[in-house]
Design a protein around this ligand. Structure first.
Ligand code: FES
Length: 186
């Protein structure tokens, strides 16, 4: 078990560094914010009294509204909270929960917590990557699917667990991946 844990931890470190690299690449893509979007970010900041100490909560709520946190959104938050853009960027890249990449219409989340990992989550993840031709943290070219890894989602009895949007799939085997994706052909 120790060996598995060590492997999983190493894997997480590799995932984390890939995520940071990915986030850095995505930060170079320019997004033009509309006036109403800038106002919405302002409202979110205001709901936390423009308090710099509420940065994480502001980012959380903003991502909940926009789906992701491109550099332009971070700049507006930095201005409203009167904190350096570098600080906002540092927080976004540090926490794997935050993303600068727009999610797919159907975000695929694979639990790679210990129970799921032990029961083959990695093979399931590999199958999704193969079928969708994207890596963790990426979105398919048609914007339909994105892949993310989650830590334990609290359904270990159903391991390995996969979520597509709000729908949860339990005891997923690699052979089931094609059929799961086929449900979202529209
Ligand atoms: S480890 Fe996957 S649900 Fe708990």
């Amino acid at each position: 078990m120790k060996e598995i844990l060590r492997f999983a931890q190493n894997d997480k470190k590799a995932d984390d560094s890939k995520n940071i690299e990915k986030k850095q690449n995505m930060s170079r893509i320019k997004v033009e914010l509309r006036k109403d979007q800038i106002e919405k970010i302002g409202e979110i900041c205001q709901s936390f009294n423009n308090e710099p100490g509420e940065l994480i909560n502001v980012l959380h709520k903003t991502q909940g509204t926009f789906g992701y946190l491109p550099a332009e959104v971070q700049e507006v938050i930095a201005k409203n909270l009167n904190v350096p853009v570098a600080k906002v960027y540092g927080v976004v890249t540090f926490y794997s929960f935050f993303t600068m990449i727009p999610k797919g219409k159907y975000p695929v989340s694979i639990c790679t917590g210990t129970a799921c990992y032990v029961r083959g989550a990695e093979k399931v993840l590999d199958e999704f990557k193969k079928e969708l031709k994207i890596q963790v943290g990426e979105t398919s070219a048609d914007g339909k699917f994105s892949i993310a890894c989650l830590r334990c989602v609290g359904a270990c009895g159903l391991a390995p667990v996969v979520m597509v949007g709000e729908k949860t799939y339990g005891r997923v085997a690699p052979e089931m991946v094609k059929d799961i994706l086929a449900e979202y052909k529209d």
